[in-house]
Design a binder for this molecule. Structure first.
Ligand SMILES: [Zn+2]
Length: 146
């Protein structure tokens, strides 16, 4: 299991929930997270306008600026299966599932490393988006201090 950059990984959780709320997508089905730049792919039917990109970016930054705690809890496999899509988790034989929450904004099963509070993220910035063959790709960076 590759260990992602905690800041980028937490930003991905927030971006996913914001895509769900704004556009009714699922969480990204494919992603590539690096410390310097990342990209997430979503099943969608069109490209985003420049204005939509700006609103999406603003919404993610709003969550970051609210300083939401990032917490984890463990649920029984059956309970988690009722509440969340656990089909992508690699450890299907485990008895419990780790649920990672970003304040009351987002919660999903995840095994990766995250920051403890969204205030630890820098400014979230969408660099480009593109659309091809039913896949919307969002590329983004986090502007960090120093
Ligand atoms: Zn995660």
């Amino acid at each position: 299991m590759k260990q992602y950059d905690p800041q980028m990984h937490t930003a991905e959780h927030i971006l996913n929930q914001t895509m769900i709320r704004m556009f009714g997508t699922d969480r990204s089905f494919s992603m590539h997270l690096e410390r310097k730049k990342s990209k997430c792919d979503y099943h969608f039917h069109r490209s985003l306008t420049t204005e939509e990109e700006q609103i999406l970016q603003d919404k993610v930054n709003r969550v970051i600026s609210l300083g939401m705690p990032v917490t984890e809890k463990y649920l029984d496999l059956s309970e988690a299966g009722h509440l969340y899509d656990i089909s992508k988790l690699p450890e299907q034989d485990a008895r419990s599932v780790r649920i990672v929450s970003v304040g009351d904004y987002d919660a999903c099963p995840c095994i990766g490393a995250h920051v403890n509070n969204t205030a630890e993220l820098g400014h979230f910035r969408i660099t480009t988006t593109s659309f091809e063959n039913g896949v919307l790709r969002i590329r983004f960076k986090i502007d960090r201090d120093g």
